[in-house]
Design a binder for this molecule. Structure first.
Ligand SMILES: *Cc1c(COP(=O)(O)O)cnc(C)c1O
Length: 416
């Protein structure tokens, strides 16, 4: 078929592998626009949305064969769907080292699926305290209810990983950069230590995006995304995806997802496919803008502290540079003053929106301690540097000078 990289249905596995092999040769921008595209008999340009729940069979024998796994093809959209398969294939091509993937209804469904599909009572999990609120909730509150032991550490301290890992450790889970304090975890060093005890390494790569960082190439086993963030990047839908080895995805993850049902809507999968077409362009522009904004904030007297992995002042700048190609779109900073001053600054913004989402075309600013991280204990917040004067800015795609004018106006107003 002309113009199609991958044609899963009807082809045997050898053809599928061959197609995937040649598509892997293309450069990132090409993969993002064309990877996984699969045209129907109508030869549409843009990918079609297969918004159906079920599929029909030519014969009873074909239906029986499909359930036995003897012939390729779709059965039911909770198991697989053509629009979802296109999104998954495009992500596999993008994510260096990934052999297989499954999309999910949200980023949290991806985090939950990656963990719950492989854990059992008696297992042990190690994770940093610096996590997205809901990730922390799964690890700290849900897993122990099922007899899974957990150890939460300072993930930037490699000795704490060494001390926490045991023969019982089945999984380690971390975000890098972390939300919201932008701590950097050493993916290669942590993976080495985890593999010595036979633990699987799951990386939540949302802040770095698949454009800036490749955890599987650095030794991780599984990567998860909230596709809601930069992959959609335009505030339109929720989505998630889990990527890893064929063995993990097909034998461990797929049965869990198939039978528990956190399936992504085909319409959302299509939205995410469209998002991927511009992901590289958008992420580069996000980074251009974030670099300018971070430099401006660092020079402003009403800002007490700026945390941005791309700035030399970041405590782990060297590590960030080694494992990320650029600093990303998120900046954490502290207003010189108390919560009242910080709220005055936030309320003084007119262009940048107050919102807890991130990775969006629109610049969004949030006050983590009273919103996304309000359920985190005061002690943990203190350790993570989530203070009353800390804000998190997701730098969007507007003109950087307009963002700087808006921030400057609000900072000066607060100072006056
Ligand atoms: C947003 C986010 C999630 C959860 O994703 P949803 O799509 O909102 O469910 C998980 N991890 C990180 C780091 C996030 O930023």
């Amino acid at each position: 078929m002309v113009g199609v990289f991958l044609c899963l249905e009807g082809d045997d596995m050898t053809d599928r592998k061959a197609a995937q092999g040649s598509a892997k040769e293309y450069r990132t921008a090409t993969k993002l626009v064309r990877g996984g595209t699969r045209r129907s008999q109508f030869n549409e340009t843009s990918e079609a949305i297969y918004i159906n729940s079920g599929f029909v069979y030519d014969s009873a024998e074909q239906a029986a064969g499909r359930f036995k796994g003897e012939n390729e093809g779709f059965i039911y959209s909770r198991y697989a769907n053509p629009t979802l398969s296109m999104f998954e294939e495009r992500m596999i091509l993008l994510e260096e080292g990934a052999e297989a993937a499954r999309a999910t209804a949200s980023g949290m469904a991806a985090v939950n699926g990656a963990l719950m599909s492989q854990l059992k009572a008696g297992d042990h999990v190690v994770a940093p305290k610096a996590l997205f609120g809901s990730c922390l909730y799964i690890i700290e509150t849900i897993l122990p209810r099922f007899g899974i032991n957990i150890t939460l550490i300072d993930g930037t301290d490699i000795d704490q990983w060494k001390n926490a890992l045991t023969e019982k450790t089945a999984c380690v889970f971390f975000e890098t950069p972390s939300n919201p304090s932008l701590e950097i975890m050493d993916i290669a060093a942590i993976s080495d230590l985890a593999h010595k005890v036979g633990a699987k390494v799951i990386v939540d790569n949302v802040f770095a995006t698949p454009v800036l960082q490749h955890p599987l190439s650095l030794g991780a086993d599984i990567v998860v995304y909230s596709a809601t963030k930069h992959i959609d990047g335009q505030g339109r839908c929720l989505g998630g995806i889990i990527l890893g080895s064929e063995e993990f995805v097909e034998d461990t993850l797929a049965p869990y997802l198939k039978h528990t049902g956190p399936a992504l809507s085909p319409f959302n999968a299509w939205t995410l496919l469209k998002g991927l077409e511009t992901l590289d362009l958008r992420v580069q522009k996000h980074c251009d803008n974030a670099e300018k904004v971070a430099a401006f904030l660092a020079s402003h007297p009403a800002v007490a502290k700026v945390i941005y992995p791309g700035l030399e002042s970041h405590p782990q700048h060297a590590l960030a540079k080694a494992q990320m190609s650029r600093g990303g779109s998120l900046i954490a900073f502290e207003i010189a003053g108390n919560q009242e001053d910080t709220f005055a600054f936030i309320n003084g913004l007119s262009l940048i929106d107050i919102s807890n989402n991130l990775g969006d075309a629109k610049s969004l600013l949030t006050h983590p301690t009273t919103t996304t991280h309000s359920s985190v204990s005061d002690a943990t917040k203190l350790e993570l540097g989530i203070t009353e004067s800390m804000v998190r800015l997701s730098v969007g795609l507007e003109d950087a000078d307009d963002l700087i004018d808006d921030l400057g106006y609000a900072l000066n107003r607060k100072a006056g």
